[in-house]
Design a protein around this ligand. Structure first.
Ligand code: SAH
Length: 362
């Protein structure tokens, strides 16, 4: 790819990079993303303990194994005491934050989550991130007042038509994740978002627009992982054919494309916190985590959910590290991070804004 060094990464150039196949050009992309990561967020890798608190869900998302119509799932909702025990384990493992994630589950009531957050904040130094789907402003405000620091809500795709197809509205409501993200920012949350790479119907132009949307919205945290088909869902069976874009346009849900998306996300959002996702580790157990960390990512979200629950939180099948205890996972990750010449960060690891220098070689 021949581009003027100082040219900005606009839509056509992001798209061209996503399609880039020349190994020498890609080596430049990886090196630049890694250099921008080092300059803006440093060599430390933040570990966030993931607590999967409920597998109940009222939504019908076409990509997710936890969708309401999924049958044969042994659904669960953790008790407050169990969640607090996970938070304690996260502290013992040296993690600076926890992510409380679940299906969109009204059984996780405003009072229940507020009380869990309040207790974690009262008894630990952990930063608390919530990822509980689309909730009312009343819920979000109550949780913020209880001390929640951050909220993760992937917008999944910036193409409104594709979004409506894969993420049906609840009856009588219109889902607008961008609007919720803006409202949460106004409430004082750090906000995180993201997309899946290779969702059926995602074109190269759409994925390029997604990446630029991260930049326009100045997101604090951005998770980009491959779409992994779940046989429990319409996008995981033969019906998927009706959703795919034309072969030349459809983005594949593969490792290389995901890594390009991670690297480009780092270039357009130099100081965001960007995880190396479990979905990528699921595609490539040997090297997925490391490759994302070497190409822009600076966060890992190890699972601290009790193993018997974890296996029931089946967003997609074959999730990496599902049977590893939290302690084993901690040791494994530390080894992998040190082998890259990086180190595990201490503390809550919020976003630190840095001055934006234009990247040099892109
Ligand atoms: N209920 C919450 C949390 C969902 S799980 C919410 O909707 O925000 C977190 C993320 O997992 C989702 O936002 C989605 O991007 C991702 N995900 C869901 N199904 C997936 C699949 N089949 N493959 C890869 N990622 C998936």
């Amino acid at each position: 790819m021949h581009s003027k060094p100082e040219a900005p990464l606009d839509h056509s150039r992001v798209k061209a990079w996503l399609l880039e196949g020349d190994p020498a050009a890609l080596r430049r992309l990886w090196a630049e993303a890694d250099a921008v990561r080092a300059a803006h967020v440093g060599d430390e890798v933040h570990l966030r303990g993931l607590i999967e608190v409920s597998s109940h869900c009222i939504r019908h998302c076409l990509y997710c194994g936890l969708r309401a119509p999924s049958e044969g799932l042994d659904r669960y909702r953790m008790e407050a005491g169990e969640i607090l025990a996970c938070a304690q384990e996260a502290i013992q493992l040296g993690y600076g934050s926890v992510v409380i994630q679940g299906g969109e589950d009204p059984g996780l009531t405003r009072t229940f989550i507020a009380s869990v957050v309040r207790r974690i904040k009262a008894h630990t130094p952990l930063a608390v991130t919530l990822s509980l789907g689309e909730r009312s402003d009343g819920d979000l405000l109550a949780w913020r007042e209880a001390g929640a620091d951050r909220y993760l809500l992937r917008f999944e795709t910036s193409d409104p038509h594709l979004y409506n197809r894969i993420h049906p509205n609840l009856p009588g409501t219109v889902s607008d994740r961008f609007a919720q993200l803006e409202r949460m920012r106004a409430m004082g949350y750090e906000i995180g978002t993201g997309v899946m790479v290779g969702i059926p119907g995602q074109t190269w132009g759409t994925l390029a627009a997604d990446i630029l949307r991260f930049q326009d919205f100045d997101m604090d945290m951005i998770g980009v992982g491959p779409f992994i088909p779940s046989p429990r869902t319409p996008l995981g069976g033969k019906d998927v054919l009706a959703f795919l874009a034309a072969p030349a346009d459809q983005v594949p849900s593969d490792e290389l494309t995901t890594l390009k998306a991670v690297a480009l996300t780092r270039l357009v959002c130099p100081d965001a916190n960007i995880p190396s996702t479990t979905a990528l580790a699921t595609l490539d157990r040997a090297r997925g985590r490391e490759l994302a960390l070497m190409r822009g990512a600076n966060v890992v979200m190890p699972n601290v959910t009790p193993v018997p629950y974890r296996v029931r939180y089946e967003i997609y099948p074959g999730k990496a590290c599902i049977n590893e205890t939290a302690t084993a996972c901690r040791g494994c990750l530390e080894g992998r991070i040190q082998a890259l010449g990086r180190r595990v960060a201490k503390g809550p690891g919020g976003r630190k804004r840095t001055e934006c220098k234009d990247s040099s070689v892109m």
